[in-house]
Design a protein around this ligand. Structure first.
Ligand SMILES: [Zn+2]
Length: 369
């Protein structure tokens, strides 16, 4: 309309907003700054402040989240931290009972297991470790590498390795608190069958790479934190879809795959097109999963069933909307089947554009796992 200023288009597209909602749901302590980095990798063009504003307006950040996050960004750093570290080493004992860390385990969980195995309290374990550990475990997100904690991290790592008689390399590999891998993660608990093999009875909170949904060894769906894991061995296509997702990561970043997956989830049809299609439809799988898990005492009224049941369809759609040749923008627009293109046009368009960015190309080729 002449004379009326058109509202400025939102830079945070609906697929990206949906991506953010999903990320905040699956990683409750995700910092807005870390999320900004993820969407910037997905070609979000706006500034940091635009992103925060959009996040508030569109994604509905839960009340209190912001405050929690500003605290997390600025932990209380004891001023004597470096002095204590300097004179520590010869005093640190070696505990009799070794405890192997679980992949992705949170630092608090690992320290609690060390304490329990050695018949100590966590406070007693923390007392023989540098204050770095108390500060680190007081922060909700132990992956945040605060600039004042980072310099002492190496020393802290060596102290912990010494205490439990293991190598620093093994700890760095397993514990995100020491990890250098900045890849996006989701909060869940480790596969209970994997941990049971190690004699661990209690749930182990972990941060896993965002695409990691299934323990492919045991056919266990690793639900988001707070929901029980599901036995999905009755639907082998769910495990197969996880393998397929892993293969897609040879060509795409975890963020790209998650965005495509999130867009695809919304495009999966709620009901089969014809009665003949029922045995292949996710609703059929949903029923199989509910029946199979019901005898394990797991309520059938959980969202996680639908997530698991829809997963094979969503990964198939995601694979279709991701360009076939990430390094070749010209070909990436022409090779998908037309019905899938209309099923999730936003994601397709998004990736087609993103493809031409040299920065994205560089990240995509660097994520082979
Ligand atoms: Zn397992």
């Amino acid at each position: 309309m002449p004379g009326i200023r058109a509202p400025r288009p939102s830079l945070l597209t609906e697929p990206l907003a949906s991506y953010c909602r999903q990320r905040l749901a699956e990683d409750p302590h995700l910092r807005p700054s870390a999320l900004f980095k993820e969407v910037a990798d997905l070609d979000f063009q706006g500034s940091r402040s635009t992103f925060y504003r959009e996040l508030d307006r569109r994604v509905l950040v839960p009340a209190g989240r912001r405050e929690t996050n500003s605290q997390e960004e600025d932990p209380q750093i004891p001023s004597e931290i470096s002095r204590t570290l300097a004179r520590r080493h010869e005093r640190t004992p070696v505990l009799p009972q070794r405890v192997a860390p679980i992949a992705g385990e949170t630092l608090s969980s690992y320290l609690a297991r060390i304490a329990r195995a050695n018949h100590l309290t966590v406070t007693e374990v923390l007392a023989v470790l540098p204050t770095w550990f108390s500060t680190k475990t007081n922060n909700l997100d132990d992956r945040a590498q605060h600039h004042m904690l980072a310099p002492a991290a190496t020393q802290a790592l060596h102290e912990l390795a010494h205490l439990i008689g293991t190598t620093p390399a093994g700890l760095t590999h397993a514990l995100p608190a020491f990890g250098t891998d900045e890849g996006p993660v989701r909060a869940t608990t480790a596969c209970h069958r994997c941990t049971a093999r190690l004699g661990i009875r209690q749930p182990v909170p972990v941060h896993l790479p965002i695409h990691h949904k299934v323990c492919t060894r045991h056919g266990i769906w690793l639900s988001d934190l707070g929901e029980p894991h599901l036995d999905v061995s009755i639907c082998p296509e769910i495990t197969a879809a996880q393998h397929r997702a892993n293969r897609l990561l040879r060509r795409f970043t975890p963020q790209q795959l998650t965005l495509a997956h999130q867009t695809a989830v919304e495009a999966v049809p709620p009901w089969p097109a014809s009665p003949a299609a029922v045995p292949h439809h996710w609703r059929y799988r949903l029923l199989a999963l509910q029946t199979h898990n019901h005898h394990r005492g797991i309520s059938t009224e959980l969202d996680t069933y639908a997530h698991a049941a829809r997963y094979p369809d969503a990964i198939e759609l995601a694979a279709a909307v991701l360009p076939k040749h990430p390094h070749d923008p010209a070909r990436s627009t022409g090779e998908n089947s037309p019905d899938l293109r209309t099923a999730a046009p936003a994601a397709h368009g998004h990736f087609a554009t993103q493809d031409s960015s040299p920065q994205v190309r560089a990240t995509a080729s660097g994520t082979t796992r």
